[in-house]
Design a binder for this molecule. Sequence first.
Ligand code: TRP
Length: 338
Amino acid sequence: MNNATLTKQRILTGDRPTGKMHIGHYIGSLKNRVELQHDYETFILIANIQALSDNFDNPGKVRASIEELLCDYYAVGIDFQNTRIYIQSEVSQVNEIFVYLSNFVTIQQLSHNPTIKTELKLRGFETSTPLGFFYYPIHQVADILCVNANLVPVGRDQAPMVEDSAEIARKFNNAYNVKVFNEPKPLFGMERNLVGTNGNEKMSKSLNNAIYLADTEEELKKKVFSVYTDPNRVRITDPGKIEGNVAFVYHDLFNSNTQEVEDLKARYQAGQVGDVEVKEKLFQAMNNYLAPIREKRYEAEKLKPELLAKSLEDSKYTSSVAQGVLDQMKSAMQIKFN
Ligand code: TRP
């Protein structure tokens, strides 16, 4: 480790291993990580303990998704030589850190967390809430604080967890008059969730409206040609709507030829271009954007054992970092006996 590494600030972020990653994950979070990974000491966690909190009856899915995430990371350009990619359950210190941090948050506070509220509803957990799921935001705080992160690049829906981290860090430091923790800050990717192919406000596997980084060219084409456009437009000569039109949302994000996009928009609104041309050009643009990622993902598929081995090595390293933090916490709480 050189001097520059020693003085770098830390990033911690991660994902639940519950499936492959889609283009919403890419522009919302993965892209940021790739851009920042050499300016910060970066930790990426594969949150399999958290994934089990609502998939406890499906451990096979969680297990298999670990390699899928590793392939996605490799494909988008996460640098496996310099970035620490670890498996949450291999860093057992996080569970103990969670126990001590949970003293600094109330059940009432937790039940007001807007993300958990939405998620409980989504999963039908409102009247029967598994405790493990209920407290996962604070377990996530332990993820963030176990490496004493400074910056947490995440999607907007994760904002409450990063706010909790800063607050709990401050409360812990104040309670024991120590400076164990930094107060981590969030770094958001895109403003909002990426709209799904069917027009639903969130792209997600469960809504069956996602374009995956692993999709083949044929799959991409099929999905692009199925995107939600303007349902009220019957003939090409009808003036079309741009707002809420998924084809144009994606054009704006993935088509680097802004002149082409502006031209298409103008003609669409004037009733001078059909959906087919708009979608054909969108497919070309998105395919250009995604082809290099797809190529690297094919490469990664063959490297799965090596990628897993590297993440287990990184887990050992992260474990030692977390142990250092845990020792400081225990000293502060006067429960450190050796
Ligand atoms: N909850 C995050 C998600 O669903 C995953 C996650 C777990 C995470 N622990 C984290 C993200 C710590 C950032 C920091 O995407």
